[in-house]
Design a protein around this ligand. Structure first.
Ligand SMILES: [Fe+2]
Length: 233
């Protein structure tokens, strides 16, 4: 075990290096391929975001980033995880779904809020696979997955000084009632963009996500839901 000191002077006990954890390395390679080969759909902002994600990720892989063991944790929504992986393995994101299945018992599912609304506590959770808290250590990038139960509304929120992209792995979902996204689709939410997510009635929805920002902001993102709208929808 070694200690790694980050730019923001947080010391972590490092249990291993990425090369010693091939299942996690292969999962990160799936992210790298997605952000390298996927289309930006003609959007300069999405092209720039994709490049930022893959450059930061490639740097973590190249330097054989530290690996921090964390105690696995589940949440009520993880009862839907098997179904989400089954759906993911049948579709455009099968490589990602298969790689994720290999680490499924070691994921740390969490809420990210001090006070999670009771209705959401049973229908949502996320897990990080790379970031300031590990398991794969990185200061400038967070990669993870968010899982929603069928028929969920994730309330309106935004992220300050963080750029967020979601890529659908399984299930159908909509953001701000603007479109329905299928596996393989990417959505970019820039700093301050308000967004609200709804998921389909019958199946769970699993999204891969990436956050870029400063190491300070990624270490303490200060997640808050926006004040509810007067008129839902
Ligand atoms: Fe978000």
């Amino acid at each position: 075990m070694t200690t790694e000191t980050t730019e923001d002077a947080i010391a972590f006990e490092i249990d291993a290096q990425l090369q010693d954890r091939p299942d996690w390395l292969y999962l990160l390679r799936e992210f790298e391929a997605l952000y390298r080969h996927g289309s930006a759909g003609g959007s300069k902002a999405i092209r720039a975001h994709r490049k930022k994600v893959r450059d930061r990720l490639s740097a973590s892989i190249a330097k054989n980033a530290g690996f921090v063991e964390r105690a696995p944790a589940e949440k009520p929504v993880t009862a839907h995880f098997n179904r989400a992986l089954d759906l993911g393995e049948r579709g455009a994101m099968q490589g990602m779904a298969r790689a994720l299945r290999q680490v499924r018992g070691r994921l740390v599912w969490e809420y990210g809020y001090e006070k999670v609304p009771p209705a959401l506590a049973r229908k949502y959770a996320y897990c990080e696979v790379l970031g300031p808290r590990g398991p794969v250590r990185s200061d400038k990038l967070i990669l993870g997955f968010v899982l929603f139960a069928p028929n969920t509304t994730y309330p309106q929120h935004s992220h300050r000084e963080i750029e967020e992209s979601y890529i659908s792995v399984a299930g159908a979902w909509s953001e701000n009632n603007a479109a329905v996204y299928a596996p393989g689709s990417l959505i970019l939410n820039r700093s301050g963009d308000e967004h609200r997510i709804t998921t389909g009635e019958l199946d769970p929805c699993l999204l891969a996500y990436a956050w870029t920002g400063s190491s300070e902001r990624l270490t303490a993102p200060g997640m808050k839901l926006s004040a509810p709208r007067r008129k839902p929808g």
